[in-house]
Design a protein around this ligand. Sequence first.
Ligand SMILES: [Zn+2]
Length: 77
Amino acid sequence: MTLHSPQRPSWLCAACGRSYPCLAALATLAAGDLLTAQVYLAGLFVSAVDDLPAVPVADLYARFLLAVPVRWSERRA
Ligand SMILES: [Zn+2]
């Protein structure tokens, strides 16, 4: 079984071939700690900006950083 994980430098999912993060990866990330997911995706965003210079940064921002919603009620003090 192949995990839904990013392949570099294409940034396609290793399991389903869709753009990473795919829906399955997002579901897995969203099921865990949201802050951890957002930090993970922020790190991927930085790498994706380097790997995909032809893709507008705004598109990558939306793809990686707006993918997992912030739930303010779950923020830790
Ligand atoms: Zn996938």
